[in-house]
Design a binder for this molecule. Sequence first.
Ligand code: SF4
Ligand code: FES
Length: 249
Amino acid sequence: MSEETITLNVTRFRPGQDSEPVLQSYTIPYRKDWVVLDALNHIKDWVDQTLSYRWSCRMGVCGSCGMMVNGEPKLTCSAFLREYYPNPVTVEPLVNFPVMRDLVVDMSDFMDKLKSVKPWLIREEEKPVSEGEYLQSPAQLGVYKQFSLCINCMLCYAACPVYGLEPDFIGPAALALAHRYNEDSRDQGKEQRREVIASNEGTWDCTFVGECSVVCPKHVDPAAAIQRLKVDNTKSWIKSLLLPKGGRA
Ligand code: SF4
Ligand code: FES
């Protein structure tokens, strides 16, 4: 019996050397338990060692294997070939990001935006270690847990038409993480994050398309986080009009 095969059309591009990206076709063995990443690894190991792409965990945790699969942002370690077979599968780099080589995109803009919202616990004053941990109840954890599940895979940025048109937009994952820390009962950094979150490039650029939440593999729901930040900012702005100067939300 002849072996079943599947064709992958994969972007090849070396900026500075190639004039434009081209799709290269590889016909490889089909296995129904393979994901797209397995197919790329087969190509890399047995067919063409020059192919470049990122991956690490192969279990939907590290967030490094995001690519466009048949035009949709996907974790390639979670996209099974059987979802596409017997049709060809087109694998391209995440859209909305500059390409460094083949399927590898430059993450610098995302990393800068992430840093700008200070996604860490901020305390006005740290208590001494001898006084123990900052305790939190399960209910307090529940308030932000969903928004803490982000793996920084950037699929939501590739799905976001606003980020595609307005590269300064802080974007879904960074704003979801800002919300995650704002809602953490141990955090006191809301005011420090407000300037970035409340700016035009922050929440107000979002037109609530919602594609970010559709493609998110961890069900973080960044669209909901952004809408909650908008409500919080609006409440804070109204309070600032009503309260004496220095009054806080
Ligand atoms: S919010 Fe979801 S899609 Fe966006 S980076 Fe985090 S895990 Fe990925
Ligand atoms: S390889 Fe880590 S998420 Fe896919």
